[in-house]
Design a protein around this ligand. Structure first.
Ligand code: GSH
Length: 219
């Protein structure tokens, strides 16, 4: 099988999902970074949505992180989805649930005043409440075995940890189960390695340029 190639943007949580999965499965892959704010022509020609991640597999281009995850899980062992169809469907539903939560964290970064910042934080907390109810097992979403669902949610906790460390925003303080899950995820080798070098500094610089409310209010 030829080496898959991932097209990435260093701060993108959706690409981070693919990276974690490739690392968990020990896949030999290539990665190329682009700037999504100034994308090269060759990338726009390849990506139907103009978004990362895309995964090039020989002559085929896959897009949408959830689809890329499903593909990688089918092709490279060990399978990380539960085998039971109803459990698998339930996991897929919760994976869908986590996807827009990345927009919540993005909206917090884009919020330049208290009102819009509070609204974005409120939206995130509402979704965290939903996720908290679904988190009935420990240490992972399905219990003993790490699954695609854990990996789908992991980049979210990378960002929440960043907000806690640099912006004094601790949205997990009232969610002990999610905090335990977050600690497990963030201690995992593949997840630690999926965070690019200089991640915090790049994000802080970006927030400085945007004028992110929780960044300026806390510095
Ligand atoms: N639903 C997509 C979302 C991907 C996405 O929003 N990627 C962002 C970077 S984190 C992007 O490429 N944005 C560029 C744009 O919107 O033009 C997925 O799961 O792959």
């Amino acid at each position: 099988m030829s080496k898959p190639k991932l097209i990435s943007f260093k701060l993108c949580p959706y690409v981070q999902r693919s990276v974690i999965l490739l690392k968990e499965k020990g896949v030999d892959y290539d990665i190329e970074y682009i700037d999504v704010y100034d994308p090269p022509e060759w990338f726009l020609a390849l990506s139907p949505t103009g978004k990362v991640p895309i995964l090039q597999v020989e002559d085929t281009v896959l897009f949408e992180s959830a689809v890329i995850s499903e593909y990688l899980d089918e092709v490279y062992a060990p399978a990380l989805h539960p085998a039971d169809p109803i459990k698998k469907a339930q996991n897929r539903a919760w994976m869908e649930f986590t996807s827009p939560m990345y927009m919540d964290t993005f909206n917090i970064m884009m919020a330049k005043d208290k009102e819009s910042s509070d609204a974005a934080i409120k939206a995130l907390i509402k979704n965290l409440e939903g996720l908290d109810k679904a988190m009935v097992n420990t240490p992972w979403f399905n219990g003993e075995a790490l699954s695609l669902m854990d990996i789908s949610a992991a980049p979210l906790f990378t960002r929440l940890a960043f907000y806690k460390k640099h912006c004094h925003l601790n949205v997990l303080e009232n969610f002990p189960k999610l905090k335990t899950w977050s600690d497990e995820l963030l201690a995992r080798q593949s997840i630690k390695e999926s965070k690019v070098d200089g991640f915090d500094d790049m994000l802080l610089m970006r927030m400085g340029k945007i004028g992110t409310y929780i960044h300026t209010a806390n510095s």
